[in-house]
Design a protein around this ligand. Structure first.
Ligand SMILES: Cc1ncc(COP(=O)(O)O)c(CNc2cc3ccccc3n(O)c2=O)c1O
Length: 360
């Protein structure tokens, strides 16, 4: 306890950092892992949740006036951090399989690849994407798409911020999807991981990993901002991982996957029971969210923020996830992680009742 209650190093607790190395070696096999730190080898920094790491990455890479590429729709927490940065947010279209490479290319075609070295060209430097079990859409990018997107990033010299807190919440355990870090031969991927979805969100434990020159800067940033993530929490988590071992961790992940798959299946059952003909949706491949299109409604914002709330149905309007502020959206995000079956059943019934009232 006298160590856990003391200051510790900004990069993170040594036992936890060694666990992070082991987890990445097992799940992502980063091509840069074998290189020396000086040659851009793999490094990691423990952060106070991945949200804390994400904002530090954006603050490191983005200057006012920069063009920044993001998945659209985009996690609202990321929009909350980049909107005040006075940069130009460029939406890149997604579909049920996530970011569309052709959309990324069509955005970038206004520049030449050679512009990447010219700061006055305005060419984007950064692409932010959620590769697996996206928030809010639940979409997982196929490996083929990830490869195409990575080669576009190579052509235009983009840094890819891979925000992947739901990596361990993929339901099809036999084909757990790949990460951009796994493809990253250039050291251009900065990856954000989190213990929030696989262990506990209240721990506020995440980490950023990637090529050492990026991580070194983030550690300096950490020294000036947070000093370090809670020593106590880091020791507790690394102690638990020591006790579990890799096999125990994998068993725990399988239990978590099974739990959320059950929640997803229940959600789909009640959506189908009450909302068929009133709404459309795709089956989430992982994560905690169902992205639902309310047909016959051209913008869900007031319906969700006012009418649904009056019926005590708590959802988020699709407009909250749109890179372009003030956009209309026919979608809403349903979170199925907390609700009981009975609550899901009743919520879908109330939403259906509301949609019928809207149509009458
Ligand atoms: C894609 C993506 N990246 C990063 C994070 C942050 O994770 P962390 O800091 O490691 O815990 C998240 C967490 N997402 C949410 C959190 C949340 C917390 C309270 C209330 C609502 C919340 N809603 O709605 C969310 O989506 C995420 O989805």
């Amino acid at each position: 306890m006298n160590v856990a209650l003391q200051y510790s190093g900004s990069q993170g607790w040594v036992r936890l950092l060694s666990w992070i190395d082991k987890l990445h070696a097992k799940y992502h096999k980063p091509p840069i892992m074998g290189r020396s730190k000086e040659k851009g080898g793999f490094s990691a920094c423990v952060t106070c949740g991945s949200q804390d790491g994400l904002i530090k990455v954006f603050e490191m890479l983005v200057n006012p006036g920069d063009n920044v590429l993001l998945d659209n729709p985009c996690y609202s927490g990321t929009l909350a951090m980049v909107q005040p940065m006075d940069c130009n947010l460029i939406p890149v279209a997604t579909d049920h399989f996530g970011l569309k490479p052709e959309s990324l290319l069509s955005v970038l075609e206004q520049w030449k690849p050679g512009d990447a070295g010219d700061n006055t060209s305005g060419i984007p430097k950064v692409l932010y994407t959620i590769p697996n079990c996206g928030n809010p859409t639940g979409a997982t990018q196929t490996l083929k798409r990830k490869r195409e997107i990575y080669s576009i990033a190579q052509k235009y010299d983009l840094v890819i911020i891979e925000d992947d807190p739901y990596y361990f919440l993929q339901f099809n355990v036999k084909t757990i999807s790949h990460s951009y870090q796994e493809l990253d031969v250039d050291g251009r991927v900065i990856r954000c991981d989190s213990m929030s979805k696989v262990m506990s969100s209240g721990l506020r434990l995440g980490w950023i990993s990637g090529a050492h020159p990026f991580i070194e800067r983030l550690i300096l940033h950490q020294q000036a901002s947070l000093l370090h993530t809670s020593t106590f929490v880091q020791m507790m988590v690394s102690g638990l991982l020591d006790q579990w071992g890799m096999e125990g961790f994998e068993n725990h992940v399988r239990n978590v996957q099974e739990f959320y798959k059950g929640r997803r299946d229940a959600m789909l059952t009640y959506a189908k029971k009450w909302l068929t003909g009133l709404a459309e949706w795709s089956e989430p491949q992982g994560g905690m969210f169902l992205w639902m299109k309310l047909t016959g409604v051209d913008d869900t914002t007031s319906l969700i923020k006012k009418r649904a709330l009056e019926k005590k149905v708590l959802l988020l309007p699709g407009s909250a996830f749109d890179v372009i502020r003030g956009s209309k959206s026919q979608f809403c995000r349903i979170s199925y992680s907390f609700a009981t079956n009975e609550e899901m059943d009743e919520a879908c019934r109330r939403l259906a009742e509301l949609l019928r009232e809207e149509r009458s």
